[in-house]
Design a protein around this ligand. Structure first.
Ligand code: IVH
Length: 688
């Protein structure tokens, strides 16, 4: 395999049998694979611009794993295969940092920045001081050392002088290069500092899982990141979508930077991820404008930032300004208003969701939390509400992050005040009065669609984008339909006339017509989408797809026994029970029948073959086939896990040539790609 850029952009995945490889050949291939995989990790995790498909990447990765297994003498600590995690450790070792990891002086007010700016200007002997402006990431500060361009060690900040060795955990982070780019110009020694963080989505997902297991959720993404990074088992760490932004060189050998800006550019060139929002400015107003701009952007960023960092760009001027005890005089963190606030909890109400799950919600004295007025915050479930032990009248700390639902973080103790009663889940549904049942960490109203909030939620969910995608059926409309008595179950949606819809508040003729049409356009749903749209507890999109592929028709779905469901891949006992119960319930059976009578015809799914012998293989067709139309041939390939593409490239595995082939056949010959006639193609499909 050639070690050139071509291999990187367009890797061939036809490999020799491992048994046929000589030592040297194996070593060369291992090196080429590592280099190629690192290149693609960089494209994917740092540049956000993958250039090969996941399946080709997976094949390269598997091939490397296979070779490392067959030739253990060429294993390496810096192989990308170790990104999936290494053997667990007994404890983390304490290590000394290359240079002290200082902290930043923090300012909250504009005046404090003005003072900083004046100080800088006095030292600069110039009117305008040049700054580099960066987001202040709310994560965990880490040092990473590269020797001869290879990842050598990574540690937490600790006390600034000593930290803990978390190399194995940092190696699992896709955006951390194991080998620096442009190896020719790599410094012999480089110690960089950056911020490791858990993006908000990963953070929420992690907390959801913790709450479900009855574990204490993390208060914020920073704590979660700290918790993950200090785990002893890197295989577990590899499951979290951690990321890193680099922002400082602690020490480098053989390279001098005049400005910080130049340093950041060089970090990028070495393949280290630098945040895209870094900027340069001189003058007070430009800095203030950046602070404001980023403060607005903060709401939309997929990770937490809590301010901006203003850094003097010129290195000589930095020297001039010097350092205080623990923080440099040449930098300042200008923080944003906190997104945590203390307020009074007025009442705890219990909300019923579309699946019947009961959620305690704290009603709060409205508080401005970083520019947004917050008056409700979730307490998740009874366990959480009790663990936090918050009661009406208590002072509570609330927090929000991005557009995530605000949360009660903790109670702020007050002395000498008589407190209200501790929270308890009601024994009956607060809306319909049905006796509540317990499901794991949650309480559930089992009254299903007879319970109005569940019905409203269910109808809204049915019409949502990833379900039936009914334009115009928002939450308000769903509520109106239920409250006006127009809809009592999903089947009623299909009985609505344009006139019925015009009874809704604010719905004019045209809107009613459009909504009517949008509903009726969903009468031939695909089984997987329909199953998801039904809103069965524990059936998300992924589970719906598995069920649909396994059972293929709504009819078989209805008849599936609990054991049938249990046998399916990735379907646990809880999901199986929930699905089974749903299709047994008389009410649901009736609604499905009525939907059918009103013209809803759920489309069968093609079976997913057990074996996927063509997994990831790419096919190009040229010319006419006797036994298949083009689309039948393509579907046949896809059912076995392969892919049909339109033009021949280095990624193509087979070209299938029928009668009157076109120039693709010549391309295939020129590229040395395997050419199949119809007979060979059929043999391949039938597995011989
Ligand atoms: S520079 C000497 N830049 O904020 C200056 N720090 O105490 C070294 N932080 O512990 C730090 N974003 O973890 C720098 N763009 C950024 C940063 C940043 C976040 C953290 C850093 C530090 C804390 C402030």
């Amino acid at each position: 395999m050639a070690r050139n850029r071509d291999f990187k952009k367009n890797p061939s995945t036809r490999f020799k049998d491992v048994d046929d490889l000589g030592e040297q050949e194996a070593k060369d291939e291992i090196e080429a694979l590592r280099e190629g995989i690192e290149f693609h990790d960089h494209q994917y995790y740092v540049k956000n611009d993958p250039v090969i498909s996941d399946s080709v990447y997976d094949r390269l990765f598997q091939r490397l794993q296979e070779l490392e297994e067959a030739f253990p003498e060429y294993r390496s600590e810096n192989s990308p295969t170790l990104r999936v995690g290494a053997a667990p450790m007994d404890a983390l070792n304490r290590v000394e940092h290359t240079a002290p990891m200082l902290s930043l002086h923090a300012a909250l007010e504009r005046e404090e920045f003005d003072e900083f700016h004046d100080l800088v200007r006095r030292h600069a002997n110039r009117d305008r001081a040049g700054y580099v402006l960066e987001p202040k990431f709310d994560g965990v500060s880490v040092e990473i050392i590269y020797e001869q361009g290879h990842f050598n060690r990574g540690s937490t900040r600790g006390d600034g002088y000593h930290g803990e060795d978390i190399s194995a955990n940092l190696r699992t982070i896709g955006s951390v290069p194991l080998t620096l780019q442009t190896p020719e110009q790599c410094p012999s020694f480089l110690a960089v500092r950056g911020e490791a963080f858990l993006p908000l989505e990963g953070f929420q997902q992690m907390n959801r899982e913790r709450i479900e297991r009855g574990d204490k959720p993390y208060a914020n993404p920073r704590n979660a990141t700290g918790g993950i990074l200090r785990r002893l088992e890197s295989k577990v760490v590899a499951r979290y979508p951690l990321d890193v932004f680099f922002y400082d060189v602690l020490r480098v050998e053989g390279r001098d930077f005049e400005t910080h800006w130049e340093e950041l550019r060089q970090l990028r060139e070495w393949g280290l991820k630098v945040n895209p929002h870094v900027d340069r400015a001189s003058g007070k107003e430009a800095v203030a404008a950046y602070h404001e701009r980023l403060g607005e952007k903060r709401e939309d960023l997929p990770y937490e930032i809590d301010g901006i960092v203003i850094k003097v760009d010129d290195r000589a001027l930095r020297e001039n300004l010097g350092t205080r005890h623990r923080s440099p005089r040449w930098a300042l963190a200008w923080k944003f208003p906190s997104r945590e606030e203390v307020t009074t909890l007025e009442e705890i109400v219990v909300q019923v969701g579309r699946t019947g799950k009961l959620t305690p919600v704290a009603l709060l004295q409205p508080a401005d939390v970083g520019g947004v007025t917050v008056s409700r915050a979730t307490l998740h479930n009874e366990g959480e509400a009790r663990r936090k032990d918050v009661r009406p009248g208590d002072r509570v700390r609330i927090a929000r992050a991005g557009d995530v639902i605000p949360e009660v973080v903790e109670r702020v103790p007050q002395r000498g005040r008589k407190r209200a009663e501790a929270f308890r889940m009601p024994a009956n549904c607060p809306v319909c009065g049905t006796a509540i049942v317990r499901e794991g960490a949650y309480h559930v109203c089992p009254n299903g669609l007879r319970c109005p909030p569940q019905l409203i939620g269910r109808i809204f969910h049915y019409g949502s984008r990833s379900a039936m995608d009914i334009d115009g059926l928002g939450e308000e409309t769903a509520r109106d339909l239920v409250e006006q008595g127009l809809v009592n179950d999903l089947a009623d949606l299909y009985a609505l006339s344009v006139d019925d819809l015009m009874q809704l508040e604010g719905v004019a003729d045209k809107t009613a017509r459009n909504l009517h049409e949008a509903i009726h356009e969903t009468r031939k749903p695909r089984l997987d989408r329909f199953l998801y749209a039904l809103g069965i507890r524990h059936v998300g999109e992924r589970v719906a797809t598995i069920l649909a592929q396994e059972l293929q028709s709504l009819d078989r779905m209805r008849r599936a026994s609990l054991e049938d469901l249990r046998r399916m891949p990735d379907i646990g006992p809880e999901i199986a029970r929930s699905v089974h119960t749903f299709f047994q319930e008389e009410e649901n059976v009736k609604v499905l029948k009525r939907m059918q009578r009103r013209g809803v015809d759920v489309q069968d799914m093609p079976a997913k073959p057990k074996r996927q012998p063509l997994q990831g293989r790419k096919f190009v067709f040229t010319g006419r086939l006797e036994g298949y139309t083009r689309s039948e041939a393509e579907q046949a390939v896809e059912r076995l896990g392969g892919r049909a593409t339109s033009s021949v490239s280095g990624e193509t595995d087979y070209v299938v040539a029928g009668e009157d082939p076109g120039s693709k056949l010549d391309d295939a010959r020129a590229e040395g790609i395997e050419i199949l006639d119809e007979k060979r193609f059929e043999e391949l499909l039938s597995g011989s």
